[in-house]
Design a protein around this ligand. Sequence first.
Ligand code: C5P
Length: 229
Amino acid sequence: SAIAVIVVAAGSGTRLGHAEPKAFVPLGPGTVLSVAVDSVLAMRETPHLVLVVPVDRVESTRSSFAPIAEAAGAELVVVAGGATRQESVAGGLAVLPASVDTVLVHDAARALAPALLFDEVVGAVRARRRGIVPALDVVDTVKRVSDDGRVLETVDRSALRAVQTPQGFPRASLDHAYATAHEEFTDDAALVASAGLVVDAVPGDVRAFKITVPADLHRAEQLVAERAA
Ligand code: C5P
């Protein structure tokens, strides 16, 4: 029973204010993507690694990550992404070997998600045989607001969670959900839930935050430096 981790890294990430696509922005000794891959390759059980990158980066990504994957004993496949995150994940799913029965989907932008979080998601998928998302309590007070900015109501935050990646699924569930999806979702758990399948939340990790704006990159640099120290 093999695991695959699909790392989606094909977004442009314009909010970061860099010329490069977000996953290829320098971070620590490498890039956002290489820091993300370091955690994947540090998992307890070495997974198949699928990197989904912009079409013009497929060759260079393959050559720079092949030695790292080989050293870790991981099969590596690099494919071109699509116009949306969902298309990019679908591209990764399409190249999984038949032996894979547990699939984790991870945003490269959540580069500091620790290996232990991946291991915990894998363990929960196998134990419960359903989709698993890491999630954190919402600490801010959340309001519903009208289009013109009027505060309409305060939402009860005790029932809300902010979800992260890696999100894990039995392979058959994810394949089925992607084959039947007719709209765009912002994460895989929403897509799987729309196919009528159950998804559970497990405790997330603050380090799995998404690098989105320059301040996030700064925080990521600090965490990488602390980790190296
Ligand atoms: O844009 P956002 O931060 O929500 O993207 C989440 C993740 O999905 C990023 O790691 C990004 O590279 C990836 N993505 C992708 N293909 C797209 C859009 C986003 O692989 N077309």
